[in-house]
Design a protein around this ligand. Sequence first.
Ligand code: LRH
Ligand code: MN
Ligand code: MN
Length: 386
Amino acid sequence: MTELAAVKAALTSQAVETPSWAYGNSGTRFKVFTQPGVPRTPQEKLDDAAKVHEFTGAAPTVALHIPWDTVDDYAALARHARDRGLTLGAINSNTFQDDDFRLGSVCHPEPAVRRKAVDHLLACVDIMDATGSRDLKLWFADGTNYPGQDDIHERQDRLAEALATVYGRLGEGQRMLLEYKFFEPAFYATDVPDWGTAYAHCLELGPRAQVVVDTGHHAPGTNIEFIVATLLRRSKLGGFDFNSRFYADDDLMVGAADPFQLFRIMYEVVRGGGLTDGVAFMLDQCHNIEAKIPAIIRSVMNVQEATAKALLVDRHALAAAQRSGDVLEANAVLMDAYNTDVRPLLTEVREEQGLDGDPMGAYRRSGWAEKTAAERVGGQQAGWGA
Ligand code: LRH
Ligand code: MN
Ligand code: MN
């Protein structure tokens, strides 16, 4: 295979998972804005996700959030997805919207509350069995607001115990992905604040427990690509929740705030073998003011552009410059790839797949936005900010 053919093959096989909640109405803590044509049911969210896949050819799986996507029959929901060329992706647990979880869920001081949280996580694994999902994605809002509020050390023990119970319940081929976030909603001490804590728990659990890097979950200035490289080295990178941020956990379109950072992350992914290693490229975004489906299409394209640039890095030239200590040349090799306009290449890749080279335009021309705006009245809220 020529080098260009290998780059094209890698781009063709990359899949980006879109989140069901990105199709619903969302907002900030101040206001949820409703938009015309927004899905009213989990099934309609899948109908929209199918459009993203139809025009990008690169978004074949959809993540669910439980209970936001509660249905009576999950196998039937999986069939609904399959009928539209999709499969169901990660099942995201939710132990952060119940009054009982005021002091935490799996880290709560009371055993009965911890049991309730674990029961929810086990129910999520039951759903995975029904949907055929591979990944259980865990993010905990657990933490404390004030020094002394609870015992930090013991909370880690409670967390470890809960994780071990759920890990033991995983079926063949299922994984547990643990997501960290350095603050919010707890402001003093979050129980899974960083990759190190997540990594330590995953290491203790075993090979099917891996870390999720949500790009919006770091302090400003954090070198996320370093974290990616470190986790990949130890086969502990389970996936990404891609989005971008200017200030906090902004959940804006991936690659919008800092495309260079996304490129640097994707370079480490390529370098570390993450493109072929089962790493899940998920989006975790909200489109509060912009049209949702085109925003998700744009996000998939942004991931593809960063990946294409990362694949174009001349690895031989880079290694030679690095080995000879040529700092400027090494940096120039990386920047050459970053500064390449990869849009014509991606247009070609799409056309070779029988797709329209311009997914945004193709979606606009499809009339789906007008059709859903006319047919759907009373769109569903994404789940939070209610
Ligand atoms: C937490 C988070 C986590 C949740 C999602 C809705 O901030 O990133 O992944 O499941 O947002
Ligand atoms: Mn996330
Ligand atoms: Mn988040």
